[in-house]
Design a binder for this molecule. Structure first.
Ligand SMILES: Cc1cc2nc3c(=O)[nH]c(=O)nc-3n(C[C@H](O)[C@H](O)[C@H](O)COP(=O)(O)O)c2cc1C
Length: 312
């Protein structure tokens, strides 16, 4: 399992530079930290948040993958120049965002609705010599998994650095059924440089994927790393997070977020992050909702756990 490349999934509003650095310092195990998307505009003026997030100083010592959201190939090319100027080694295009506000403009997974448009988009992009390798993060269709062979066939025509596959359609959002076999088939057909994404929550989930599909080179993990930030380290044979490490994780994030955004935002971010370790636990969720300090939040999540962070 140790040769497996691990990407920390981009999660807008959660995985900012502070979280990336604190994660690396306490837990490590991740090869590439993915940046939430930059929503490109005609003028290519990024927001203050986007500009800071991609600033090399914000990402010092980390390997990161910036991401763009656009359906305009000229905007993408201009953004790739900007990313190359910051000396990043690869850049990603979002073909997966299922939010209706994004897809109704034909962006994110909205681009998957029209295979003809996808072809002309990437024909235009790859007619140019790219200043930095391009990757894509896609879903397996918009409405129906039956769309996947056509989408995969299109993506396989172009020299992407890698293709991350979230094994759901846009309609399936984040929690409905998923289709791991769509990934396995693509790997078996010899499509190179695929990254598996979707619900890898435990070391057993990853072992199961590798048993089914031993050729898997890389995985991307989002919510699994929020629920258990030591997951990538465990894949490398390292230990599970101790209660002390988890407490340090939350309190360091709180202090850094408070320095940057103030107390209210910092507490809101901590509570959003703690939605995952408290998933499915009504008692923890209730305590978390009522907590009005970082100590209260940590007590809600870790109270009743033994020194290894497991329920006592
Ligand atoms: C709150 C939230 C924000 C997200 N933001 C992005 C984003 O900016 N770009 C992107 O490609 N995917 C985004 N995603 C999708 C995740 O990167 C990932 O594909 C998804 O959570 C499935 O992986 P997981 O089951 O390991 O969490 C987001 C997901 C969540 C829950």
């Amino acid at each position: 399992m140790s040769a497996l490349k691990i990407y920390f999934a981009p999660m807008e509003g959660i995985t900012d530079g502070i979280l990336r650095r604190v994660h690396r310092d306490i837990f490590s195990g991740v090869d590439v930290y993915c940046l939430p998307f930059h929503k490109l505009t005609q003028s290519l003026s990024l927001t203050a948040r986007e500009t800071r997030d991609v600033d090399p100083e914000e990402n010092a010592g980390l390997t990161v993958l910036p991401q763009a959201l656009t359906r305009d190939p000229s905007q993408l090319l201009a953004w790739l120049d900007y990313i190359a100027g910051l000396q990043y080694r690869c850049a990603d295009l979002n073909l997966g965002c299922p939010s209706p506000t994004v897809t109704k403009r034909g962006r994110g997974s909205g681009m998957l609705r029209d295979p003809g448009f996808l072809l002309s988009f990437f024909d235009f992009v790859f007619e140019h010599s790219l200043p930095v390798p391009l990757s894509v993060k896609t879903r397996i269709g918009f409405d129906d998994p039956g769309e996947w062979p056509r989408i995969l066939g299109i993506l396989a025509e172009y020299p992407f650095d890698h293709v991350t596959v979230h094994v759901r359609t846009a309609k399936e959002q984040y929690t409905c059924a998923k289709h791991p076999e769509a990934f396995d088939t693509a790997v078996r057909e010899g499509v190179p440089h695929l990254v598996y994404n979707g619900d890898l929550r435990t070391t057993e989930d990853v072992s199961g994927l590798l048993a089914r599909c031993p050729e898997t080179e890389a995985v991307m993990i989002g919510r699994g790393l929020l629920a258990d930030p030591s997951l990538a380290r465990q894949f490398r044979g390292g230990k599970r997070a101790s209660a002390e490490e988890l407490s340090r994780w939350y309190s360091t994030l709180y202090v850094r977020w408070k320095e940057r955004f103030g107390t209210t935002v910092a507490l809101g971010r901590i509570k959003k992050l703690m939605e995952w370790p408290s998933e499915g636990d009504i008692r923890k969720r209730r305590l978390l909702r009522r907590a009005d300090s970082i100590e209260g939040c940590i007590q809600a999540i870790l109270g009743g756990c033994d020194g290894d962070g497991r329920p006592a």
